[in-house]
Structure formats: C-alpha cells, structure tokens
Design a protein around this ligand. Structure first.
Ligand code: TMP
Length: 232
C-alpha cells in the first residue's frame, strides 16, 4: 500500500465558498425525508436549468457509479436485514466511490452538479434515525468525501406522517421506508438541525405544497447563487 493521502483538509477540486467561481464547478445537494418529492423536483429542475442554458450533471445517492448502484440495491432491499453500522458503512462506501468517480471530476471540470442526496443524509438517517454516534458519522463522511461539501443543500421538508402516506400511496416500499414513524421523525429533526446549524449553505423549502409551487421555491432559492456562479 502506498502512503495514506492527507484527507483532512478541503481538496483543491472544489471551493467551500457558496459564491464559488465558475472554474471550480458548483455543487447542489437535495435532501429530505421520505415522500418529499425530491426525485421529481431534481428532474424538473434539471429541465429548467437546461432551458436556461446550464448543463447540469445529475446524479444520486446511493448510486452515481456502477459499484454504488449495486450497493444501493443491497441497501434498499426489504428482504435484507442490516445492522445500523453495516448500513452506515455501505452508504459511506457508495459515497466514496461517487465522489472519486463522478462528483470530483465534474466539479474540477467546472460543471454544475446536482445530487439527489449526499452526506447530510447519513447524518439524518444513520446518526439521528439509527442513533449511531454523530461524531463518528461526521468523521466518516469527512473522510469519504475528502472534505467536500455542497455549495448549497436544498432541504425539502415535510412531516413524516405526510411523507410516509405519499410513499404508501405509490405502492411497494423499500427497506428504509418500512422503518417506524419515530425513526422518520428523528430523520426529519436531523435534517432540520443541520439546516439550522449552517443557514448559509442550506435552504429549507416547505414540501407540503404542490409540485409546481415547490419547484418555484427551489428555483428562487437557487437562482441568485447560480447566476453569481455563472457570471464568475
Ligand atoms: P431515495 O432514492 O428515496 O433517496 O433512497 C435512498 C434511501 O436511502 C432513503 O431512504 C434515504 C436513505 N439514505 C440513508 O439512509 N443514508 C444515506 O447516506 C443516503 C444517501 C440515503
């Protein structure tokens, strides 16, 4: 094995400044409890961005790489029982692969990257939800992302009762969606706590509204930062 890389400080491929210059790419993550409508909102936003002349790279977690998509299948399989620690490590493994294979190169090439979930999901689901040690989860995240944080994280927030009812109405549920209401209430708290802690990098959108209104809220939250980034 070669010498350990220094992963303690932010890597050169991305600025940690929300007003990052264009040459460094711009990184936006979407988070939220189950049933918040994230995936459809990311797809809508990507279309709107393309109409406005942006060329976003759109990805998701767990996933975003071939190995990551296979890990996703394990993580979401309702037939499998996973220990909380195993679950955390599998999400971390998928994330490490995602950063190295896709996110870091795209940002280094100056691209706009949208991801459906990133590191805040492990804090909300594995630390708050599964009640694993928060500092350990954060340290692991720091390591697997090499310190990379989104320039902005959009939190689609809604009460867990409503989110789970939406998920149930869609049909088959995955392994995480089957966890109990108390778990999902802690997950929501985990997201809100992170947003409150770092308001410069987070935008909270009320996801109880209809899709079009939520989409407008996301656009209003993102547009100023994106225009500033594009004008570099
Ligand atoms: P999604 O496509 O609904 O976002 O599916 C991903 C599921 O995995 C969702 O239930 C949230 C969960 N998850 C975690 O528990 N930890 C993580 O780090 C990530 C990225 C997702």
């Amino acid at each position: 094995m070669g010498p350990d890389r220094d992963l303690g400080s932010p890597p050169p491929f991305v600025s940690t400044d929300p007003e990052a210059p264009a040459a460094q790419g711009f990184f936006v993550a979407f988070e939220g409890p189950e049933g918040a409508g994230k995936s459809s909102q990311v797809a809508r936003l990507a279309t709107r961005l393309r109409d406005q002349g942006f060329d976003p790279v759109v990805t998701r977690e767990p996933g975003g790489s071939r190995a990551g998509e296979r890990v996703r299948a394990v993580l979401l399989d309702p037939e499998l029982r996973l220990e909380p620690l195993s679950e955390l490590l599998l999400y971390a493994a998928a994330r490490a692969q995602h950063v190295v294979e896709l996110i870091a190169p795209a940002l280094a090439a100056g691209r706009l990257v949208l991801t459906d979930r990133f590191r805040a999901a492990s804090v909300a689901y594995q630390a708050y939800g599964r009640e694993l040690d928060l500092r350990f989860v954060e340290a692991l995240n720091e390591r697997v992302t090499a310190g990379l944080k989104p320039n902005l994280t959009i939190l689609l927030d809604l009460p867990p009762e409503l989110g789970l009812a939406r998920v149930a109405a869609r049909g088959a549920t995955d392994r995480l969606e089957r966890a109990d209401l108390a778990f999902h209430a802690r997950v929501r708290q985990g997201f809100l706590a992170q947003a409150q802690h770092d308001p410069g990098r987070w935008r909270v959108i009320d996801a109880r509204h209809d899709e079009a209104r939520v989409a407008d809220g996301i656009w209003e939250a993102l547009e100023p930062a994106l225009l500033a980034w594009r004008s570099g």
